[in-house]
Design a protein around this ligand. Structure first.
Ligand code: ADP
Ligand code: SF4
Length: 701
């Protein structure tokens, strides 16, 4: 297949200062939970994006100095030459695959509590750190000498980045992660010297850094500036009109403008709260202010929208973090006219959760993400089976769909049986408020399966152990999912709550269309991810009076990891949902629900009320158990292995179910069924030189 000429414009080269990108696909800097701890895994992940056709591939933020140490989060560092081999590996990996390599110099300033380095954080003013965990640390307001020192650190870091082989070296003034942004924002900068006050003064520090960086490396490296065009806090922070003034003031100074919103939660909003291209109103006025190219993100996965944005003169380069994670081969697929093969980001921010949990990021749509080097998984390609193999996959939810699709790609003959709607929980959950984009998990896989000659999808097929033993498949993957409990058992309650004859509904029942008998409903949420909040939204929009009772301090508390918690609580409060924190379910009877304070045990009784429990799920493992009970019949039936995968093994996230499906396909052996493979890991080399372990050696150091 060849490229649709409509998309030619996306494959035009663009000059960025002294370098030229081969096309307009630009992977902007993004975190990934790997950083300095998992350097080779990170290099391989970036290289695969370059292989997939991105013209520019950037690192995440790279700390320039121990005074900007964002521990416990794990990003990259360029503190001194010791960091260069790791960074050089990333640059080389990206360039070998034909992309330009970008590095984002960063000093996290007020966002960096310096828990690792123990240095005093630096910023425009004396203030508490603005960190995620409100650490008991204060920032020291920088004096003129500090500013001079800082400029030297930044310049030295830029020179090191050039030596490491990078083509683009960023000055970072965005998302409340970069020190110059704190100088730009009047709420953080109330200085009375020439670095505070007027816009020109507040922009002085950024201007100096861009000039320094261009002077240091600008002969051969491009110097982009990443800047936030709105802090979303009104006129106290940077806002659209002021951002235009700042960019107008520095218009021709950097080689590229990379535009973001601030903070990160506003820039990387999920599909539940923002549409594709939601940043557009904030960036539309910027292009006429500068002749330099502009890049901006917007969760863009539609090539038609990308073309429109370039043609309309809004942006020059299509910025992507999440779409490049969900499909590292997005540019290549557009180039090859394979639009239907694009694996579109669903906007769930599971990838962001990797950064917040300080573990290699995972992606709901792309299970190979973070496992490119560790497990040798590739987003597109999988090794063929050596001999012919026939596999039955039972259940076409995310786990079963992924297993079947990838086994098909390996060349196995696959039967996929589904009793209900293909797509499983994804289809049910995508009908809940705000979650419609999640359907893409099923759509992509069903599309691929339909086009794959070796895979047959059997609909309306509720299989029993007897059926399976009669089919003669050598290997069976059981991906039959799970069901929500409705007895209150979860984290807080470990035994069923006394629920008498109360009107109790589970999330499954609500998703199947059942509704509470009473107009008032208590949702008991001991799950803490999206389901409790989404069901509250569903019911309150239908006119029910809804209280969410949770043992946590806030609703959907785990969604801090996906940066959605604030948005969820904001929406629910606005819709009139009552949130009762630090309380747990005691029981229910008739039309009464009782819950108690987690600190005092004091009980509250609510009358005329139904109960919805969102606590835990039980795996649907009955089919696997029934087959295990007939172990003696396997040989005669030609059955060699039965493997539970996904929610049927242990209920988890959709991302975990997709990953489990991939793992089954990756580790599948035609003779033995799945064979567990080892995971590569990188172990830090031990330091050379003296170390101190007693008073005498310490005194002699
Ligand atoms: P996962 O997230 O692990 O993929 P889901 O609950 O989304 O799990 O999907 C499980 C799928 O398995 C559902 O679509 C369900 O209808 C199907 N299923 C469950 N039991 C059987 C069975 N015995 N035969 C065929 N399909 C089944
Ligand atoms: Fe998109 Fe979700 Fe994948 Fe992140 S985890 S890239 S938001 S699909």
């Amino acid at each position: 297949m060849s490229r649709d000429p409509r998309y030619d414009i996306l494959f035009e080269p663009v000059k960025i200062g002294p370098v030229t990108t081969k096309n307009r696909f630009y992977q902007v800097p993004h975190c990934n939970g790997m950083g300095y701890r998992d350097a080779t895994a990170l290099a391989t992940m970036r290289a695969i994006k370059a292989e997939g056709g991105w013209g520019v591939v950037c690192t995440e933020q790279v700390e320039i100095h121990p005074t900007g140490d964002i521990a416990p989060f794990i990003e990259l560092r360029i503190w001194d030459d010791q960091d260069l081999p790791m960074l050089a590996r990333i640059a080389e990996a990206v360039k070998v695959k034909g992309a330009l390599a970008g590095l984002q110099l960063a000093h996290n300033s007020m966002n960096a509590p310096n828990l690792y380095s123990r240095e005093i954080p630096l910023g425009p003013m004396d203030l508490p750190v603005y960190s995620y965990f409100s650490d008991p640390v204060q920032v020291r307001g920088m004096d003129k000498q500090d500013i001079r020192d800082f400029r030297k650190w930044h310049r030295d870091a830029a020179l090191r980045a050039k030596r490491a082989g990078f083509d683009l070296i960023y000055v970072y003034a965005g998302k409340l992660f970069g020190l110059p942004m704190y100088f730009l924002s009047r709420r953080f900068n109330q200085r009375s010297d020439e670095y505070g006050g007027s816009l020109e003064n507040r922009a002085r520090f950024l201007k100096e850094l861009i000039e320094d960086t261009k002077d240091a490396v600008g002969d051969s490296c491009a110097v982009p500036c990443r800047i936030s065009v709105d802090e979303m806090v009104g006129e106290e922070g940077i806002h659209a009109a002021e951002a235009q003034d700042i960019i107008g003031h520095l218009a021709e100074l950097p080689d590229l403008w990379d535009l973001t919103l601030s903070g990160w939660e506003n820039d990387s909003q999920t599909s539940r709260f923002a549409e594709e291209g939601y940043q557009l109103p904030f960036i539309k006025g910027i292009k006429p202010l500068t002749s330099k190219p502009i890049v901006s993100v917007g969760r863009y996965t539609s090539p038609d929208l990308m073309v429109k944005l370039v043609r309309d003169g809004v942006i020059d380069l299509i910025g992507a973090a999440r779409p490049s994670i969900a499909d590292p081969f997005l540019p290549q697929k557009i180039a090859q006219g394979r639009i239907e093969d694009i694996r579109e980001c669903i906007g769930c921010n599971m990838c962001v959760a990797g950064d917040f949990t300080m573990t290699p990021s995972r992606c709901t749509q792309n299970p190979s993400f973070g496992d490119e080097w560790r497990r040798g998984w590739h987003p597109e390609v999988i090794r063929p089976v050596e001999t012919s193999a026939r596999v039955l996959v039972v259940g076409a939810g995310p786990a079963g769909l992924e297993a079947a699709m990838m086994l098909g790609r390996r060349g196995a003959e696959v039967a996929l049986a589904e009793q209900g709607e293909p797509g499983g929980r994804v289809m049910r959950e995508a009908r809940l408020p705000g979650l419609s984009a999640w359907k893409r998990v099923a759509d992509y896989r069903l599309g691929q399966i339909q086009a794959a000659p070796g895979i047959t999808l059997y609909r309306d097929s509720a299989l029993t152990a007897e059926d399976i033993l009669g089919f003669g498949f050598a290997h069976v993957a059981i991906a039959t999912g799970s069901a929500w409990r409705k007895d209150g058992v979860g984290r807080r309650l470990l035994r069923p709550a006394p629920l008498g004859d109360a009107d109790v509904l589970s999330p499954d029942e609500l998703m199947a269309g059942q509704r509470p008998r009473h107009r008032n409903v208590v949702i008991y949420d001991d799950d803490h991810y999206y389901m409790g909040g989404v069901l509250a939204e569903l019911l309150v929009r239908e006119g029910f009076g809804v209280s969410v009772v949770t043992p946590a301090a806030e609703v959907s508390t785990w969604m801090r990891m996906t940066m959605e918690q604030l948005f969820v609580q904001h929406r629910l409060v606005n819709l009139g949902v009552r949130i009762v924190s630090h309380h747990h379910l005691v029981g229910a009877d008739g039309s009464r629900v009782t819950y108690a304070c987690g600190f005092t045990g004091r009980e509250t009784v609510v009358d005329d009320c139904s109960l919805v429990t969102v606590t835990a799920r039980l795996p649907h493992n009955g089919l696997a158990r029934a087959l295990a009970a007939r172990r003696q019949d396997w040989a005669a039936a030609g059955l060699g292995s039965v493997t539970l995968i996904g929610d049927a093994l242990a209920p988890g996230t959709i991302a975990a179910a997709v990953w489990a499906g991939r793992r089954y396909a990756e580790e599948f052996d035609p003779e033995q069924g799945p064979v567990a493979a080892t995971m590569r890991r990188e172990v830090t080399g031990l330091a050379q030189g003296p170390f101190y372990w007693d008073a005498a050696t310490a005194a002699a150091k």
